[in-house]
Ligand binder design. Sequence first.
Ligand code: BTN
Length: 320
Amino acid sequence: MRSEILTILRKAGEEYVSGAYLAERLSVSRTAIWKHICALKEDGYDIDSKSRNGYRIISSPDLLTPGEINAVLSTEFLGHNIKYYKSVDSTNNVSKLLAQQNAEEGTILISEEQGNGKGRLSRGWFSPSRKGIWFSLILRPNFLPQEAPKCTLMAAVAISKAIRSVTGVEVGIKWPNDILYEGKKLVGILTEMNAEMERINYIIIGMGINVNITHAEVPEEIRDSATSLLQITGKKISRVELLCAILAELENEYVIIREKGFSPILDEWKKFSVTLGQEIKVIGINETFHGKAVNIDDYGALLVDTGNKIERVLAGDVSI
Ligand code: BTN
């Protein structure tokens, strides 16, 4: 109901829309309309009410509601089904339940905050309310399960391109999926999958983008290693605009993969990589070693020259 009221008010632009008109269009009482307007004001919408003329929107808060997103979104299918929450434990966890209930490919689940945001390697993810973009995307690609890392690389490329075009910030990608600026982490991606031997049932790509978090708001233990777009640019960034740009890039990349294969995305990933060509330390699941990152292969594995041989790293962490 609230998003329908907003759609009508947005369409009217500078004009006032009467409570009677809204009540008739939406088949509810004028009192119900008034209660929804009060709730929208509490959410941060600046709505002017005049007893004779009705209601007019003056400004909208930077909320990631379906109404705000739909007003800007330009995709063909990705993000057309939006699940929006004020708070969840983890958007990846809730997305898994949705995917198990057959949610369509391209569904996104957004939460203004996460109480228990998940990072890679059983770490947490700091997700304060309305300060970042915390969302998960459900895909059902017809890849083999071992090709799933392609989705993570695709997401890293799409987010890097969107951040560069919306904010001008020249971010880089650290293998496998961290987006950094001057060595500090700006974006994390956590991909989870449900698959059989030869078939992926669904993939959840969870993306966390630090947008409007001040230095002081960041917990002390990650203050030196994390950053946000606000800290880099000194400006508040529109989360709606950035999210819609990310969704457009994701759709574009996903269509390219389906039509032309993975190599165009791999080429873009290499262009943004801050890992390739560097002497690195690999903290693998079973061992730690040093070497030079020389390439990534078609499955997204990092190829590291240790001096004796080329190691193929599929999982783990690297430090530069
Ligand atoms: C990392 O450790 O770098 C990955 C962090 C991924 C965080 C995002 S926020 C949205 C989604 N939901 C989660 O619980 N985690 C991912």
